[in-house]
Ligand binder design. Structure first.
Ligand SMILES: NC(=O)c1ccc[n+]([C@@H]2O[C@H](COP(=O)([O-])OP(=O)(O)OC[C@H]3O[C@@H](n4cnc5c(N)ncnc54)[C@H](O)[C@@H]3O)[C@@H](O)[C@H]2O)c1
Length: 418
């Protein structure tokens, strides 16, 4: 399989490394497409033989060189590449979120249905062993029918802040965190429960990353660099320097804007109520300025209750490093409570490599195919749409103050899930 890659920023690295490394028997890289030549040159420098590079206007030429396209560009640009690649009959691998709004969901659905190609959305959280374990317990009927879920996600001032430094801070690019980030979480709930969302009500606000007097426009060259925990030193990391600092003259993409400056159009505190076709209810919250990072998902069922508690970083060091390996004190606990029985802790089997082996499982799925996966982890375009539509509907609900019904219109919400 010959792969074209669109969007040569941070995320492209996982796919380039895979195709140069343990998955090199699955395919080759045929070309790149990006608005920024310097980033394409950076990745070409990693290949033995450089591949052709195209700007967005040359995407059709890239399609001629490849059998499949990997889309790792800015969220709001996914749809145009996905639709063009599907219309050319290609296989598409697209990063989450599939897209950012209801209109482009409908365009992708129409393209997927008329295409001879196929589409995989890489929802990597599904492959994390703890999340897979929850899916297994629910599928096995361990807690009976799930009646409600409470899901609380905290992003800390390293990870959460990073969405307020660059393109994500503009809703037009990312759909806001309820699309960009929560697409993972809404997909998990859809998949865990095996049902589809039917109504969404949301509230949200920007409370922390608001303009503060005396802040620099960006971190680079700012006096507090090295001491201010919200300033990110791009020059201290050779990869960040090459991908962003040394590339910004081309497109003006400033990777280290100050998080407390004007121009943020997304929320940092969000709360949702979602009802599902199965009758289950979800209460969900996302906070992007927490002092620690992790999540808690609680499932109430007719025969018991599951509690998944995850701490990904127990405290946040006062440096704006974004390397997750700098995470101190991570732990996880999965507890099963059944009526009239003592609670039991369910062991979570870890695999080799990143995210408890989840990264390898995902890449195997993407490049070798899912095989007969009893957990049905590989996600298609309907899964992508169903998760984006929860976030996009939440955005609409916040804007209008009204709940949004998802059962009408062309969003395929009513189609039964695998
Ligand atoms: N699954 C995950 O855990 C995960 C993690 C990180 C990123 N992602 C996803 O990967 C994608 C890229 O994120 P990133 O962190 O690499 O961002 P990034 O800013 O590092 O890279 C984005 C790239 O897209 C390019 N781009 C912008 N406009 C374009 C256009 N019109 N056509 C082609 N390319 C364009 C930029 O020049 C840049 O090279 C996003 O959709 C993001 O949600 C997923």
């Amino acid at each position: 399989m010959r792969y074209g890659i669109v969007g040569l920023g941070h995320r492209a690295q996982m796919y380039v490394s895979a195709l140069l490394g343990d998955w090199r028997d699955c395919g080759t890289i045929a070309g790149f497409c990006d608005v920024n030549r310097a980033r394409m040159d950076y990745y070409n420098g990693r290949l033995g033989d450089p591949v052709p590079c195209f700007d967005p206007g040359g995407f059709a030429k890239l399609l001629e060189l490849c059998d499949a396209v990997i889309v790792t560009s800015v969220d709001a640009t996914h749809a145009r590449y996905v639709v063009a690649a599907l219309d050319a009959g290609k296989h598409v691998v697209v990063e989450k979120p599939l897209t950012v709004d209801a209109e482009s969901c409908a365009e992708i659905a129409a393209a997927a249905e008329r295409s001879t190609g196929s589409l995989v959305v890489t929802f990597n959280y599904r492959y994390s062993p703890r999340n897979s374990a929850v899916r297994g317990l629910i599928m096995d009927g361990t807690i009976g029918e799930v009646t409600s879920v409470h899901f609380d996600w905290a992003l800390d001032t390293i990870h959460g802040a990073d969405y307020f430094r660059r393109w994500h801070r503009d809703r037009a690019n990312s759909g806001g965190l309820l699309v960009h980030k929560s697409t993972h979480h809404f997909d998990l709930v859809n998949w865990w429960l095996g049902t589809t969302p039917v109504s969404v009500y949301a509230e949200g606000a920007l409370r922390f990353y608001t303009p503060r007097p005396g802040r620099p426009a960006r971190s680079y060259g700012a006096p507090g660099l090295g001491t201010d925990p919200f300033l990110l030193d791009l020059s201290a990391d050779p990869r960040l320097k090459a991908l962003y600092l040394d590339a910004e003259h081309e497109d003006g993409y400033i990777r280290d804007q100050d998080v407390f400056t004007e121009g943020v159009t997304i929320e940092d505190n969000m709360a949702l109520l979602v009802r599902y076709a199965s009758g289950a209810l979800l209460t969900y919250s996302l906070n992007a300025h927490a002092p620690a990072e992790g999540y808690r998902a609680v499932f109430n069922g007719t025969a018991g209750r599951i509690e998944l508690e995850v701490c990904e970083r127990s405290w946040t060091p006062p440096h704006a490093a974004i390397d997750p390996s700098a995470a101190p004190g991570s732990w996880e606990r999965l507890t099963l409570h059944r009526h009239w029985a003592q609670a039991e802790e369910i062991p979570i089997e870890q695999g080799e490599g990143g995210h408890g082996g989840g990264d390898r499982l995902l890449l195997d799925d993407v490049f070798r195919g899912p095989g007969a996966d009893p957990l049905a982890r590989q996600a298609g375009y309907l899964d992508g749409i169903r998760s984006v539509m929860v976030g996009a509907s939440a955005n609409r609900s916040i804007a209008t103050g009204l709940p949004v019904n998802l059962t009408g219109g062309g969003t395929r919400m009513a189609t039964p899930m695998r």
